[in-house]
Design a binder for this molecule. Sequence first.
Ligand SMILES: Cc1cc2nc3c(=O)[nH]c(=O)nc-3n(C[C@H](O)[C@H](O)[C@H](O)COP(=O)(O)OP(=O)(O)OC[C@H]3O[C@@H](n4cnc5c(N)ncnc54)[C@H](O)[C@@H]3O)c2cc1C
Length: 433
Amino acid sequence: MAWDFETDPEFQEKLDWTTAFVRDVVQPLDLLYPHQQYVPLSDELRPIVDPMKQAVRDNDLWGAHLGPELGGKGYGQLKLALLNEILGVSGWAPIVFGTQAPDTGNAEIIAHYGTDEQKEKYLQPLLNGECFSCYSMTEPQAGSDPKQFKTRAHKDGDQWVINGWKFYSSNARTAEFLIVMAITDPDVSVYKGASMFLVPRDTPGLNIERNLGLPGEPEADYSHALIHYDECRVPADALLGGEGQGFAIAQTRLGGGRVHHAMRSVAVARTALDLLCERVLSRTTQGGLLAEKQFMQGDIADSYAELMQFRLLVLYTAWEIDKVKDYSKTRKNIAAIKALTPKIVHDAVWRSMHAHGALGVSNEMPFGSMWWSAPVMAAVDGPTEVHKITVAREVLKDYEPSDDLWPTKHMPKQRAEAEAKIALWIEHHVGNS
Ligand SMILES: Cc1cc2nc3c(=O)[nH]c(=O)nc-3n(C[C@H](O)[C@H](O)[C@H](O)COP(=O)(O)OP(=O)(O)OC[C@H]3O[C@@H](n4cnc5c(N)ncnc54)[C@H](O)[C@@H]3O)c2cc1C
C-alpha cells in the first residue's frame, strides 16, 4: 500500500525548524523592511540578513530547489512544495532561503543550457545569493501571445545586436544581468525562431524607460521595468542554448516555478483562513459571536474545503513531477493549479477581509497585499484562460468521440447493450450449469 500523506520524520524536522525560524526571525523583516527584498543588502541589513542565510545553510535548506550537482540537496518538487508552503507567509523568506523568483527559474535554465563560462559568470553568483537576475520576455503589445513579439536580435560580426522593447521585466533595476528573449529567425514560427540571451545590466543600449509598481506600493519600490533595447550589443557567446531554442528553454523555466507559486499561495489562503477563524471567535454582533452566524460558518467551510482540495492537487502535482521527471508530461496538472491559484487566494482573502469589516480594508491589516496577489497570480506566467485551455486540451487527449449519433451513456443504447451482455452470460454460465 503506497498511499501516504505524511512527510518523512527527517524532513518534517526541517519543516518544523523552518516554521519557527520564519515566524520568529524572518517575518519581522517584512514589517521593518518591507519591499526591500530585491535591493542589494544595505550596510544596515547585511549584518542582519547574512547570518539568517547562514542559519538556512547550516540546516541544509539553502537553495532547496537545486540538485546536488549545483550544491543543493536535490529534495525534489514535493519537499520543495512543503517548504514553500511555509515560506509563502513572508515576503523576505524566499530571499533568506535562496529560492526567490525569478532567480530560481533563471538559475535552472542557465544550469540546464549554459556553457561552463556562462555558469561561472552568471550561475555561481546567483546560487550564492550574491546577485539578482531578471527575465525579460513580455512585450507591451503582447504577453501571452508570443506570435506578436517584435524584439529582434541579428548577428553583426561576432556580436548579437538586440532591438525592441520589453514590458514588466521584474527586478531589472537591481539585476546584474537579464535573460532576454528575442527573435533571431523571423521566417519561421516564433516558437522555433526565438532565442535567449544573457545580457549584463550595464550593457550600452539597455535602457529602462520607467518602472511600474503595483497599487499601494510606494513609488521608490516600483520594480517592473519597461525596457528599450536600442542597438544593444552582446558578444556571440551571450546566446543561451542554441539559436531558436528560446521557447524550449522557457518551458524548462516555468514548470517548477508554477508549483512554487501555488504552494506560496496556499500559505496566503491559509493565513486568510487563520485570520478569519480568529476574527469570528473574537467579534460579537447582534447578541452573539460571528462564529455562530451561519453565513460565517459557510465562509469558513468554503475556505477550508477549497484550501484543502487545492493544497492536495498542488502536492499531487509536485509528487507527479518527481515521479515522471518531465514537465511536459505533467502539463495538465501544472496548468490546472496555475489556473486555480488566483481564485483560491481571491476567495479566501475576500472572505477574511470582509469579516474584519472596516479594519479589514484598512492599511493596518495585511489583506491589501494578500488580495493583490490574486490578480497578480492570474497574469504572471501567463493568464488563467491560457492555462485553462491547456488543461482542456490535455484532458481531451484521454477521450474519443462517440462512435455513433448517440452518446455512450444514452440509455436506450445502453439497455440494448445490457440485454446482449446478459444474454451472453446466460448462454455461457446459466445454460452450462
Ligand atoms: C507582477 C508581475 C510580474 C511579472 N514579471 C514578469 C517578468 O519578470 N518578465 C516577463 O517577461 N513578464 C513578466 N510579467 C508579465 C506576465 O508574464 C504577463 O502579464 C502575462 O504573460 C500576460 O501577458 P499580458 O499582460 O500582456 O496580457 P495579455 O496577453 O494581453 O492578456 C490580457 C488578458 O486577455 C485574456 N486572454 C489572453 N489570452 C487569452 C486566450 N487565449 N483566451 C481567452 N482570453 C485570453 C486574459 O483575460 C488576459 O488576462 C509579470 C506580470 C506581473 C503581473
